[in-house]
Ligand binder design. Structure first.
Ligand code: 3AM
Length: 187
């Protein structure tokens, strides 16, 4: 893509292809021909956001990379996925997501390390608590997804988290395009 001075950036744990395929199959099997409500990002866009930076300039971007490079991100760990959930609440959901069931403490520590790197690079501190999730749907108007959440059993796969990824989010098309900018290895 073309070089530019500002980028819409977020830092995330990318899912492995096995997890993407497994999760798509798991949802298909549980839904038995029905679709998820709202708009579902394509599996290639599934990820677990650690920190959304928003639109940042070249200097801030380079500062972020330098801070992530120096950060103690901890070592690799196993991330286990869980069941579905929803923001702000299942009875009136606007975001449908897949949660985590293991490796959650390591993930929270990783999010703290990324947050510290972001703030050291000049970003405003994140006010919202970290809630690890993989977004599977954006729902407008809000819907009651409690029956759906009951219907989909916990997703049994896990993955080894060995790196974090800095993405640029290209909006404008549907779906958004998430371009990999950099990866930082754990450990
Ligand atoms: O990982 P998810 O899908 O939950 O919702 C956006 C997406 O999160 C979130 O950043 C991720 C990549 O686009 N995002 C977008 N705008 C945001 C904002 N203003 C935001 N998160 C916080 N504040």
């Amino acid at each position: 893509m073309e070089p530019h001075d500002t980028r819409r950036v977020f830092v995330a744990v990318d899912l492995t292809d096995d997890v993407r395929h497994g999760l798509a199959a798991h949802l298909d099997a549980a839904l038995d021909g029905d679709r998820l409500p709202g708009s579902t990002p394509p599996p290639v866009n599934w990820h677990l956001t650690l920190r959304f930076l928003g639109k940042i300039g070249q200097g801030a971007y380079e500062g972020l990379l330098a801070q992530l490079d120096q950060a103690d991100l901890g070592g690799p760990f196993d991330l286990q996925f869980g069941g579905l959930g929803a923001f702000p609440r299942p009875a009136r959901a606007t975001v449908l997501w897949l949660g985590t069931a293991g490796g959650t403490d390591e993930l929270a520590d990783l999010a703290i390390a990324v947050e510290e790197a972001a703030v050291r690079s000049g970003a405003m501190p994140e006010e919202r608590p970290f809630h690890p999730h993989v977004t599977l749907g954006r729902i407008r108007p809000p819907r009651d997804v409690r029956p759906l959440i009951e219907r989909v059993p916990p997703f049994p796969l896990s993955q080894r988290v060995e790196a974090i990824t800095v993405f640029e989010s290209h909006l404008g098309g549907a779906p958004a395009v998430y371009e990999i900018l950099e990866r930082f290895r754990l450990g």
